[in-house]
Design a protein around this ligand. Structure first.
Ligand SMILES: *[C@@H]1O[C@H](CO)[C@@H](O)[C@H](O)[C@H]1NC(C)=O
Ligand SMILES: *[C@@H]1O[C@H](CO)[C@@H](O)[C@H](O)[C@H]1NC(C)=O
Ligand SMILES: *[C@@H]1O[C@H](CO)[C@@H](O)[C@H](O)[C@H]1NC(C)=O
Ligand SMILES: *[C@@H]1O[C@H](CO)[C@@H](O)[C@H](O)[C@H]1NC(C)=O
Ligand SMILES: *[C@@H]1O[C@H](CO)[C@@H](O)[C@H](O)[C@H]1NC(C)=O
Length: 766
């Protein structure tokens, strides 16, 4: 008796010891930012070595020796940025943070990765023919270089074939990086002109026990091939997903050159991701390689700009004339979910196109419900099968909640076999629910939306015949199941339907504003096609992303702001090829001011709940490439303006140097209301506040005479300078004529005076 109680005590002591020890020696990986190099691309190898040595010396003074510092440092950013990434314990990190040269130190966290027809929908082509007035009749992005920060690329995809493509632009400084033996047999060509891979940040955090190999930028996931081909993939005739959505696939800049920067590593769902240290390395390489556009379908919980690799990297890209396009995220429809909130990049939301992959569900009571699917297999037409709720097919040990979601191992094959199982959306992957239903012997699956997802349905490449229904139809099915003795259903074969209206509709998953870092900057900026987008895929991955799925397809549909982002990147490529002298802000303004807020029925764009969507969902609206190339006037901004914006956020000293590159004296006065952003967002207006907001317009068209029409809400008074004929505009619509020379800068001032008569959040577009 007594001896066993002693054993107990000992065991407890030992456990306490074991549990505490790791916290004491807790090592984490950090990025230590020292502010960027001022000499940029002119660096010699000797310069780089001396910068790297300065990193070893700096850290060496904290960890005991330069040798220990060399061991701790896994990236020395010395070619463009000045800083390093290192594995440190918390005490060391806290001390390093106090060094006068250290501008910022932040954890190496993982960030997440957030067709054939979408270009037709955007008016660039019509049934495979490029119509007059299409942007593609003016340029297809010739000699533009688009870089993509993602999961890499499948280089053998036809989207990256270099057939008929001219020599690599001589200004290109990038490489095709592979390991010594080129284990992955990875080859670049005149279309895919560069590829690099960055994994040390991933390895530092995910630990050496992971089962990932690092030989090249080869894409084993599919996401990176999909996004890169959407931005700059070649025309590929006869592309489809199991015969659905047949057509010519291409990117927005079909003749552009592309480069892959692999910064995201598996498993993306658990533990893996796109690490800050690798993202920063990717930006550094892309800037030095000479890309024109950076597409980054990556993001995470928003953090203040000096602690974000994407914010820092994109600022420097923009300072080098590179346009950065990034995704708003897939955590909607809740407000304040948008990420990538920096004013210098273009942040993209996601909406539908007018194409649907339809699969009808017919119930035993003859009710027909329209769902979406890209199942390869189908049930015999009009044949009915017994219908069962996944809860009623629950395995003994599973909880009802888990079973309803068709989670792994929760379904009993004795109950599900030969039936159509109804699974609820949420938690686990949509296609995984199908895998679980199929495993339990179901012949089909109905995927019913939870209330949060509204009536948004997605066409997924399910492994069994399936149909995805909206919340209203899903609720109908559940009550049909409750009130019917022998419920039954049939699921029809998938059909591709074009010309659906209304479209676009905002996707429920698309992350929404207001901007939680700075509500004065409206985010997202723009929306584009991001639902059921067909594009190139990795032949190492299954369409459903499920391991048990052995199918392979060179093209696949994916949905997300990750898909809408490269649409905008491709459009940026064309605008840049036609207007190489436009600043990144001018291109962004052109895209935003020409966007539309009406759908294809002429009514306001709807949200996924079928009420009118607002600017927190779509920013300036749906991108219209054919108009964006000729906006007439733009709201321009340069790096000084962005730096002044940061001054206004309280940035100074080394924290400001991270961005500006050298010491910067903040201006005495700066009025955020006059920051020349292409949208106006004023949070927390108080009743009877008076505010003056000023914007300055630059004519980027030929010398023109502009007729000014003003439409404004009642509480807002808009005036325009120079005034012609004593124009003073008040309430509603008025007009004036202003002549501007071509390229005249700051020619037209638009002054918006607001007197608030009632409490509301104003978000207005000019
Ligand atoms: C590593 O990957 C291989 C091939 O995919 C797999 O067979 C093996 O089980 C994996 N090992 C671990 C530890 O996950
Ligand atoms: C298009 O693809 C289908 C199915 O993959 C094939 O049967 C057909 O021959 C192809 N047509 C052309 C012109 O390549
Ligand atoms: C169906 O019945 C279950 C349990 O009896 C209940 O929880 C559920 O709310 C019902 N659903 C509908 C739509 O009536
Ligand atoms: C940026 O634009 C402002 C006008 O808005 C101008 O005064 C300034 O000189 C510009 N800075 C640079 C670096 O071009
Ligand atoms: C706004 O501008 C008007 C006209 O220029 C001026 O009279 C008024 O004082 C300004 N209001 C504020 C709050 O700056």
């Amino acid at each position: 008796m007594s001896s066993s109680s002693i054993d107990h005590t000992l065991l407890l002591l030992l456990l306490c010891f074991l549990l505490q020890k790791p916290t004491q020696a807790s090592k984490k990986s950090y990025i230590v930012y020292l502010g960027p190099q001022s000499y940029g691309t002119g660096l010699t190898a000797l310069d780089i070595e001396s910068v790297t040595n300065s990193h070893y010396n700096l850290l060496g003074s904290y960890v005991g020796s330069t040798d220990k510092a060399k061991e701790a440092i896994f990236y020395s950013y010395s070619k463009y940025f000045n800083g390093f990434a290192a594995v440190l314990d918390e005490d060391e990190a806290a001390m390093v943070a106090k060094h006068p040269n250290v501008a910022s130190i932040f954890l190496n966290k993982p960030r997440k990765l957030h067709t054939t027809h979408s270009w037709d929908f955007l008016g660039l082509e019509r049934n495979g023919v490029i119509p007059k007035g299409s942007l593609w009749s003016k340029s297809k992005g010739e000699d533009i270089i688009i870089g993509n920060l993602d999961t890499g690329v499948w280089p053998e995809s036809k989207s990256f074939s270099d057939e008929g493509v001219g020599p690599v632009p001589t200004r290109w400084r990038g490489i095709c990086d592979v390991d010594i033996d080129n284990t992955d047999k990875f080859k670049c060509n005149r279309k895919l002109i560069g590829a690099r891979y960055f994994y040390k940040g991933y390895l530092a955090d995910a630990g050496k026990s992971t089962n990932v190999t690092f030989h090249s930028a080869r894409d084993f996931d599919g996401h990176g091939s999909h996004t890169l081909s959407t931005a700059g993939g070649n025309f590929v005739a006869n592309a489809s997903v199991f015969g659905n959505g047949l057509g010519t696939a291409s990117g927005g800049s079909p003749n552009a050159r592309v480069a892959a920067y692999k910064v995201c590593w598996p498993p993306l769902a658990v533990g893996g991701g796109c690490y800050e240290a690798d993202i920063l390395a990717g930006f550094e390489a892309a800037i030095l390689d000479g890309v024109d556009v950076i597409s980054a379908s990556v993001g995470g919980d928003p953090v203040e700009f000096y602690e974000s690799s994407i914010a820092i990297g994109s600022f420097h890209a923009v300072a080098n004339g590179i346009v950065v396009v990034s995704s708003a995220g897939n955590t909607g429809p809740k407000p304040k979910t948008a990420s990538n909130l920096e004013p210098w990049s273009i942040t993209v939301a996601a909406s539908t196109t007018d194409r649907e992959f339809t699969s009808y569900v017919t119930l035993g009571n003859k009710k027909i419900l329209k769902g979406a699917s890209l199942s390869e297999s189908h049930l015999p037409p009009h044949k009915f099968y017994p219908l069962i709720s996944a809860v009623d097919a629950k395995a003994d040990r599973a909880s009802s909640d888990d079973a309803l979601l068709c989670k792994k191992g929760t379904l009993d094959s004795k109950k599900a076999k030969g039936k159509i199982v109804v699974c609820l959306r949420g938690d686990n992957d949509r296609t995984d629910k199908g895998v679980q239903a199929a495993r339990a012997g179901a012949v089909g699956m109905i995927l019913a939306n939870n209330i949060e997802s509204g009536n948004d349905v997605l066409s997924d490449p399910h492994v069994l015949p399936a149909s995805h229904l909206g919340y209203d139809d899903g609720s109908y099915i559940f009550s049909y199941l409750n009130n019917t003795k022998s419920p039954k259903a049939s699921i029809s074969k998938v059909e591709t339907k074009l010309g659906q209206s209304p479209s676009p509709i905002m996707a429920s998953f698309s992350s929404r504003g207001p901007n939680i870092i700075d509500p004065s900057i409206l985010k997202p900026d723009i929306t584009g096609p991001g639902v059921d987008i067909v594009a190139a895929y990795s032949e190492a991955a299954s369409p459903s992303q499920q391991k048990s799925d052995k199918r392979r397809s060179p093209f696949i549909t994916l949905s997300g702001t990750s898909m809408s982002t490269p649409h905008v990147s491709g459009i940026v490529g064309i605008i840049k090829s036609l207007h190489p002298d436009w600043s990144p802000a001018a291109i962004k303004s052109a895209i935003m001011t020409t966007a539309r807020i009406k759908d294809n029925t002429g009514k306001p764009i709807l949200d996924s709940t079928r009420i009118n969507a607002n600017p927190f969902a779509y920013g300036a609206g749906q991108v219209q490439p054919n108009h964006a190339v000729d906006p007439g006037l733009v709201y321009d901004l340069n790096i000084t303006d962005y730096t002044n914006y940061l001054c206004n956020r309280g940035y100074k000293g080394s924290r400001l140097t991270i961005f500006y590159g050298k010491r910067y004296i903040c201006p005495k006065s700066f009025n955020l209301l006059d920051f020349n952003y292409p949208s106006i967002s004023i949070p927390n207006l108080k009743i009877r506040d008076f505010l003056n907001v000023t914007r300055t317009l630059t004519n980027v068209g030929s010398p023109s005479t502009y007729k000014v029409h003003i439409q404004a809400p009642h509480e807002v008074l808009v005036s325009v300078e120079p005034k012609v004929g004593g124009m003073e505009v008040k309430l509603g619509v008025a007009a004036s004529v202003v002549s501007l020379g071509g390229g005249s800068s700051g020619g037209l001032r638009c002054i918006v005076a607001m007197k608030l008569l009632m409490q509301f959040d104003i978000n207005m577009f000019i």
